[in-house]
Design a protein around this ligand. Structure first.
Ligand SMILES: NC(=O)c1ccc[n+]([C@@H]2O[C@H](COP(=O)([O-])OP(=O)(O)OC[C@H]3O[C@@H](n4cnc5c(N)ncnc54)[C@H](OP(=O)(O)O)[C@@H]3O)[C@@H](O)[C@H]2O)c1
Length: 260
């Protein structure tokens, strides 16, 4: 028998995960879980203080992280972020990309200005597109990697007053399939997680208004960021090794039943 073989874990490989929008909510919960799984984390968002706080949370639990700041409605900032990530990793592999930062575009169509529309598509589609184009080829060259796009229940079900957001998330959902076709054969698994109503900062102001609606869901309540993060953690892990191009709904059953 030979000597001991080092286990093929994220920590052993020195793997990094870039989680966009990890300064709060679903992204932060995901960053903390992937750090527990041994990934070094690139934390990023717009708010530098909360980015640094998330990095400190990871470090105080024994993990490794860097914190970077970028506004994804500005493509120059996204290009700058790509350079900063490469510099921070100095040759260590980025094996996971979670395209989580998103939002915007919440207005009736006739009140959505071109600028609002462009911001929604920049944030939810173009920034993930540029990041994937920047980092997926190196994953494919190494023959391993996982990308998770955080979509929305609204990629498949419409609600009034959020058309630009819905169109952007639907485009991102299609990109999960496009990237599965492009990178899947070279070892990069790409999947989507579609949250329903998750209790985060974005909908704090709507919780009372949605009380009856949430009670009527099969789950009987809104979801937590941690519940979405667990789905992302699973899709990134080797336990999901045969799952590619899939959409995992984390919506308390909303997608499956007619709520009366
Ligand atoms: N919560 C829900 O019910 C729900 C439902 C469906 C889909 N989603 C999706 O889930 C994802 C996470 O949302 P969340 O609920 O966790 O919201 P959240 O707590 O507000 O977190 C959003 C994250 O995205 C970042 N972000 C927002 N705009 C950005 C921009 N222009 N540039 C760079 N980063 C930006 C934020 O960074 P800063 O705070 O630092 O600016 C923050 O880290 C989003 O894609 C959202 O569309 C959420």
């Amino acid at each position: 028998m030979g000597g001991t073989t080092e286990p093929d874990t994220a920590a052993a490989r020195g793997s990094w995960a870039l989680v966009t929008g990890s300064t709060s909510g679903i992204g932060q919960a995901t960053a903390l879980r992937l750090a527990e799984d041994g990934y070094a984390i690139v934390v990023c968002g717009r708010d530098g203080d909360r980015a640094a706080e998330t990095r400190r949370m990871i470090e105080s639990a024994g993990g490794r992280a860097v914190d970077l700041v970028a506004d994804f409605t500005d493509m120059a900032a996204v290009h700058r972020l790509v350079g900063e990530v490469r510099q921070a990793l100095s040759g260590e592999p980025l094996d996971v990309l979670v395209n989580n930062a998103g939002g915007g575009g919440f207005a009736p169509t006739e009140e959505t200005t071109e600028e609002m529309f462009d911001r929604a598509f920049n944030l939810n589609v173009k920034a993930p597109y540029l990041l994937t184009g920047a980092f997926a080829p190196a994953m494919a060259d190494r023959g391993r990697g996982a990308i998770v796009n955080v979509g929305s229940l609204s990629t498949r079900m419409a609600a009034s007053g959020t058309s630009a957001f819905q169109a952007a998330k639907a485009a991102l959902s299609m990109l999960t399939k496009s990237w599965t076709a492009e990178y899947g054969p070279r070892g990069v698994r790409v999947n989507s997680v579609d949250p329903g109503f998750i209790l985060t900062r974005v909908n704090e102001h709507m919780r009372d208004m949605f009380g009856n609606y949430l009670a009527s869901l099969p789950a009987g309540r809104g979801g937590t960021p941690e519940e979405v993060a667990e789905a992302i953690r699973f899709l990134v892990s080797p336990r999901a090794s045969y799952i590619q191009g899939a959409v995992l709904s984390v919506d308390g059953g909303k997608n499956s039943v007619v709520v009366m």
